[in-house]
Design a binder for this molecule. Sequence first.
Ligand code: PLP
Length: 420
Amino acid sequence: MTATLNPPITTESTPVQSSAFNEAEFDNYLMSTYGRFPIALTRGEKCRVWDAEGREYLDFVAGIATCALGHAHPALVETVTRQIQTLHHVSNLYYIPMQGELAKWLVERSCADKVFFCNSGSEANEGAIKLARKYAHIKLNIDEPVILTAHASFHGRTLATITATGQPKYQKNFSPLMPGFHYVPYNDFEAVTEAIASLNTNKRRVAAILLEPLQGEGGVRPGDVDYFVRLRQLCDRKGILLILDEVQVGMGRTGKLWGYENLGIEPDIFTSAKALGGGIPIGALMCKQFCDVFEPGNHASTFGGNPFACAAALTVCQTLENEQILQNVRERGEQLRQGLRAIAAKYPDKIAEVRGWGLINGLELAADMELTSADVVKGAMAEGLLLVPAGPKVVRFVPPLIVSGSEVDMALAAVDRALS
Ligand SMILES: *Cc1c(COP(=O)(O)O)cnc(C)c1O
């Protein structure tokens, strides 16, 4: 073995800092951007996490649909350890072999021909917006391209992506927003044709439609197959780009690698982030050959696609296949929905609906009850289960994709106790 200057790597986690952690002090230094739950998580393994006081939780949040392989997965630990000892960051001034390998994996398993790497979902969507606008200008000769997005959508927190996000609560006090966006109700085909007819003038035209295959933040609302098939035909007929935001549902979350595979169509452009790196920040913008209109200098990202992030993402990709994780997603998803439906039948006054694909599922609370998703999340936390709201009335279940059958049963029991 060659000698190394690095200390030996162990997979043991850092010691718990129970006495050192102080919420009030934390809040002194951090901007108040998050409404945090009053626990501090300090360690994780598979689908379990532990807080600073040593309490154990079943993690059905997974960093919001991000830790696809759960916590401390041996393959990911091994890869990032090796990569940081070898080369973790250079620059896109040079070829990065790992980036090429990851792009090849993604292209071979999707409808995309080309990939651009960045660091987050927002940044991937920003790239998609820029790509669609450039395509509209140079290929469609549109002076003022408009992008249609949906009510209750979520596309990120940058200025362009809060504008794309069809929810006023994310836009409030941040005006002036970006021009060139228009909102339509989700899963409503007539609304799209009406919007196109009312918006198009000599200079202004609808150039792209940006949608989530299933609306995540907006309440776990799956897209209708019929709606997306008709949209695809409309886009083909009118030369409009169909862009799908796969940031939350891509990378196996729905039981298929990409959300669009549930809809019987292919997008022209799509984005990925969250689960792509299994918790190591990376985002991707992908497109078909015909709309690959970027040229050197048009778009860039300092960190985007560095060796560290790409090695992590490639490991996530390969592990999804090697461990047949998509099969697990379909089976555990079915088990979870059946269990949630049984709970819904037990509390018909509290629960309105259970819906989702694979391991992204929502429990919608009855509209006429005072009960909010935050109440249920807090109740479940007290029972040792972490969940996340998707709006005020929907509780979201997005566990690691490696979750086991017994863990799903434990989560269901905790939800039942929380509701009773
Ligand atoms: C989380 C999310 C984003 C934003 O991703 P960030 O990495 O937080 O910038 C965009 N679109 C969808 C559908 C998301 O779920």
